[in-house]
Write a protein that binds this ligand. Structure first.
Ligand code: TYD
Ligand code: MG
Length: 458
């Protein structure tokens, strides 16, 4: 253990340098290098936190033929809250380790406390490093969570947490938050890259050995990524983001990685006085404030994980008063908008170069799927021409550089969702038409070119 030398670790990406630099050569961030002293063989020093120290060692740990591996029963803790269970891939898998990240004040601690109410018969150990037990209790009261099986521990020392796990033997461990935890055998401060990494590694080992489930709460950086080393996301089984707009009551729980279910699955909640309430039909919610008969509004269908969701796209196109026209987007990638506007200009003859374009995805949702391109394009075209688009139509399709409407995956669940919400027409890529087998009580029009969609709905 003598090999102890100072090193400088980037607090954004975990890049290590031998001398201090203003700019991290790993990720390019400024002023993120912090001196951390620690011995070089830290990986080998993850302590055995169990008292018997026998697990995973000795003769039991030999290579096994895959056919010999005993799966046992697939044990998942089902909370009965569909929006939560679906994101977890059908319940919380026993022995799983999840990281839940989000902006401060978004409701991470609230959601974790609610687990006590969702699973009243399960032993839950809630470790709080940021709040006192009293604060957690006040929140739990507000949420109506009052369970004998919910244990609180105000602690940040990982070794003490491991001891508490020995005594309480929880089915579920919540550690809020990883940035406050530390291992006393490391010299760097809590929240530093090595503490975050090593504390996670210790809890991960404990979780796998004892086969309970762990939720680790994490903060996000200004850029919206999980604060701490990138390796954190590789270590854990599930990475969840709890997102939403502080000004809206909607909260979206999104799985960006899930070893036990579909990634990109979302669960929608509403934050109220008495806590989070699930929103079983988000399409209805996202369309509830839709304007009718106004130009610049379209409805798209985005597949979030396994579930199709209908969302309104709003566009406002006005003549610019600046030399450079403005492009302002919320909830959609701005580069993708630039591309769509360029295609509209070249292939449909709509010149946006002397117009400002504002795009807003209603309800504070963030859309990543290219299948919403056509809807964005038509919203912009509708506002540009000041003609309302057909309000009964859902627009589905990706826009290619040639102005073509490209095929999307999973067309059938999208049509079902549109029909369910009372839409009477869907415009889909021509190539998707032949794959539609069922009858969806909705008129389906195919389009090969963006120009054709403009003609159909404007
Ligand atoms: P919190 O769970 O403390 O956020 P995080 O742990 O992500 O930082 O949530 C805090 C916010 O949620 C706070 O602004 C108050 C609000 N809130 C409600 O609106 N209703 C409630 O029942 C609770 C407990 C919190
Ligand atoms: Mg919190």
């Amino acid at each position: 253990m003598a090999n102890s030398s100072p090193k400088y670790v980037c607090q954004e990406c975990g890049h290590e340098a031998h001398k201090w630099m203003g700019k991290c050569s790993g990720c390019g961030a400024w002023n993120t290098l912090v001196r951390e002293t620690e011995s070089a063989d830290v990986e080998a020093r993850v302590p055995d936190l169990t008292t018997d120290g026998q697990n995973g060692q000795g003769s039991a740990n030999r290579p096994t033929q895959i056919t010999e591996v005993d799966l046992g029963e697939e044990a998942r803790l089902c909370t009965g809250v569909d929006e939560f269970d679906r994101v977890m891939g059908g319940g919380i898998m026993q022995g799983s380790f999840s990281l839940i990240a989000g902006d401060p004040g978004i409701g991470k601690s609230t959601l974790m406390t609610e687990l006590g109410g969702y699973l009243p018969t399960r032993t839950i150990l809630y470790v709080t490093g940021e709040e006192s037990k009293r604060q957690v209790k006040i929140r739990a009261q507000r949420l109506g969570v009052d369970s004998d099986a919910l244990y609180l521990l105000a602690e940040t020392n990982v070794q003490e947490i491991a001891n508490a796990v020995e005594t309480v033997e929880p089915d579920l461990l919540v550690a809020d938050s990883i940035q406050t935890l530390y291992r006393p055998d490391l010299t760097s401060a809590p929240g530093s890259v090595s503490q975050v990494r090593e504390s996670t590694a210790s809890l991960l080992k404990l979780t796998k050995e004892r086969e309970f489930a762990t939720f680790l709460v994490g903060h996000v950086t200004k850029k919206g990524t999980i604060a701490g080393p990138r390796v954190l996301e590789h270590m854990v089984d599930t990475v969840l983001y709890f997102e939403g707009d502080q000004n809206h009551a909607y909260r979206i729980l999104r799985s960006v990685k899930n070893r036990f279910g579909a990634a990109n699955e979302i669960g929608v909640f509403q934050m109220r006085e008495d806590g989070l309430h699930e929103v079983p039909n988000p399409s209805e919610l996202f369309l509830s404030e839709r304007g009718y008969g106004v130009s610049g509004s379209t409805v798209v269908c985005s597949l979030e994980g396994t579930r199709p969701i209908l969302v309104e796209i709003q566009a406002l196109v006005t003549p610019t008063s600046y030399s450079t026209p403005q492009r302002t987007v919320t909830g959609f990638a701005s580069q993708r908008l630039q591309m769509i506007l360029a295609v509209l200009e070249k292939r449909a003859g709509l010149a946006f170069s002397d117009h400002d374009v504002f795009i807003n995805v209603a309800g504070g949702v963030r859309l990543e799927e290219p299948a919403v391109d056509v809807g964005v394009a038509i919203a912009a075209a509708s506002s540009f021409r000041d003609i309302p688009a057909d309000t009964g139509a859902v627009l589905i399709g990706e826009v290619g550089l040639g102005g073509e409407v490209r095929t999307v995956s999973q067309i059938e669940p999208r049509l079902k969702e549109a029909a369910k919400l009372g839409f009477d027409r869907a415009v889909v890529p021509e190539n998707n038409l032949e794959r539609i087998a069922g009858d969806y009580e909705i008129a389906v029009s195919g389009a090969e070119q963006l120009r054709e969609v403009v003609d159909i709905v404007l």
